[in-house]
Ligand binder design. Structure first.
Ligand code: TA6
Length: 297
């Protein structure tokens, strides 16, 4: 693992990207472009913020979030891999990569001034004890007028393996009670709150806790962030399911890293392969999961 000084010596981009440490040993890439600013934690390869010029922050983090070794930050875009969701066998919910220190692989600027940050990790004894497969996992984060996150799974072993996964992105909204999600009309969903399933009628609106896996959908979703007078579009590739989650006021109390009432300011629209949407990666093969976020005001 590199220290901040070593990371800056090797990967800093003058005027565009530097690494800093709020928590000792947990470097964060601070990214500045003419179009937007962003930050990405090396632990978990977790985008923590993205704010295009001229609009409120788009990626949300709790004001009481903690950044400590072995714990994901509440908010941002946690990388859920090689499984999505809680497990009944005691293994960590949403996989094990979001609490691991990744390696910085490259940093670069594109012609329009966007910044590309590439982080990666491979299997080791700890991962194989949880999941007995050889892999290379890479997250490519392109920060500019839009935010693109591409999670690339490479099977470096001798046998196929199956994963579920997600880019578990927390979005900032002006007021959840005025917010709607478009693009999921007439789509079937598994409802983790009721335990049932149903078909979405019209836009998704919010009056209480919501935790749904929308299945068989490759559609863009649009967060109609009415209170901020903007729309946030999430286009995707390599995903046939979308998760929509808000803990609401009761479940929020169960999160020490959420302040009272913060549920009103956030909404997760997650780009996933979740539920029945599983991915088999052949030996030597790969799979890419991509979320492309844009904002119209
Ligand atoms: O994606 C929705 C969900 O699976 C919820 O059930 C809730 O557990 C949320 O993720 C947050 O999970 P975390 O492990 O990050 O607290």
């Amino acid at each position: 693992m590199h220290t901040c000084d070593q990371l800056n010596a090797q990967f800093a981009l003058a005027g565009s990207l530097t690494f800093s440490e709020v928590t000792p040993g947990l470097p964060v890439a601070q990214i500045t472009t003419p179009m937007a600013t962003a930050s990405v934690a090396v632990q978990g390869a977790q985008v923590l913020s993205w704010q295009p010029a001229g609009t409120a922050p788009v990626v949300w983090t709790s004001r009481v979030a903690v950044h400590q070794p072995g714990k994901g930050v509440r908010g941002g875009a946690p990388v859920c891999w090689p499984w999505f969701g809680a497990q009944s066998d005691g293994r960590p919910a949403h996989g094990f990569v979001r609490t691991r220190l990744w390696q910085v692989r490259s940093t670069s600027r594109t012609a329009d001034g966007s910044v590309l940050l590439v982080l990666g990790m491979t299997d080791d004894e700890q991962t194989r004890a949880l999941w007995p497969h050889a892999f290379d996992l890479e997250l490519q984060v392109l920060v500019g007028q839009t935010l693109t996150m591409s999670l690339i799974t490479r099977n470096t072993g001798a046998e196929a393996f199956v994963i579920t996964q997600g880019l578990h992105t927390y979005f900032q909204v002006g007021d959840i009670t005025q917010t709607r999600v478009l693009g999921l009309e007439n789509t079937r969903y598994l409802d983790k709150v009721t335990g049932g399933e149903a078909v979405q009628s019209g836009a998704v609106s919010f009056v209480g806790e919501m935790d749904r896996i929308y299945v068989d959908t490759t559609a863009d979703t649009v967060i109609d962030d009415v209170a901020n007078d903007r729309q946030i579009r999430i286009a995707k590739a390599g995903s046939a399911s979308t998760v929509v989650w808000n803990p609401w006021s009761e479940k929020e109390k169960g999160f020490a890293d959420m302040a009272a009432g913060e549920y009103r300011d956030m909404l997760c629209v997650e780009t996933t392969n979740a539920g029945p949407d599983v991915v088999s990666v052949p030996a030597g093969g790969s799979h890419t999961l991509t979320a492309l976020v844009s904002v119209s005001v």
